[in-house]
Write a protein that binds this ligand. Sequence first.
Ligand code: GLA
Length: 347
Amino acid sequence: MAITIRPFGIDSLGRRINCYTMENRHGYSVSIINYGASIQSIKVPDRCGKIEDVVLGFDTLEGYQNNTAYIGATIGRVCNRIDGASYDYEGKRYTLDANDGLNTLHGGREGFHGKFWIAQTTEGEGRDFVTMYLNSHAGEGGFPGSMRTQVVFSFGDDNRLEINYLATASEDTPVNLTNHSYFNLSGKGTIKDHVLSVDAPTFLDVNEENIPLGTVHTVENTVYDLRSPVLIEKAIKTGNHPTFKRQKGFDVSFRLSGKGLREVAMLHHPDSGRTIRVRTDQPALQVYSGQFLNEQGKGGAHHGAYAGIALETQHEPDALHQPSFRSIILKAGDTYHTQTCYAFSVE
Ligand code: GLA
């Protein structure tokens, strides 16, 4: 396969941002920029071969620099919310950036989504690789130890975008990495005419600040039961769970079935046939239906309410304060490695 590189802008320190595009032999392509290690576009055909860009994004670097919805970005050091912007570990209190009321959201003000990453490309037989490197300094955002992160995006003739997240740290630190792409398989309008399934028997309920209460609930008889495919518009119209009504849509952490790398969710657009299957080794999936989006996006498109849906694979949010959730501490010297795959098809 082949990777093309085009200039995307120069940041305030004079560093070059490029857009790296991996195109496969079916004409599908994935573009990544080294600002925020962000997915800038994913182009996929419909049943008639018509290609559309199926992720929200921006045409310019400025768009990404002013991106308040984390569109397309790699999220770290810790994605999702941390209650009270602090945590205790081995007798010490760590104070983090409060950038979402009193809480930390997506790594705080110094999150990975706003960083300059070093890129390396590798072209292969039937599969290309764009690897993004970031060194997060000790104390950045309040997190301990320096952390080296590698995000390997690879795309192949099998129409699969694989993302491998790797990290090592000089001190024990919490880590929870994800990607914050918003998908819209019609390439325009809203995702209300999409169908979604998520293989999760339970979800985490949250308070008014979207912090998990620590309680785990069955999806049965709620709008969160997506074990069979559900039309998103129907869920939005009829969902009457109090949290769902307050949030005006999905903004929920699902506890996924199974372990290891497995298929956990499917997003399908019946009109075009475009479909994404999400595979991951992670225990949770944050689904956000984009109800509060309000950004000026690619090609002059306005990304408004429900313009895209984020399917963020991760560990449970606020795990630092919930002893019953799996730990997100990476021990100094250990290697963090997680994998997520978005498989595209026309069905
Ligand atoms: C961020 C989060 C989403 C959602 C919105 C709410 O973008 O990533 O999950 O909570 O905030 O505005």
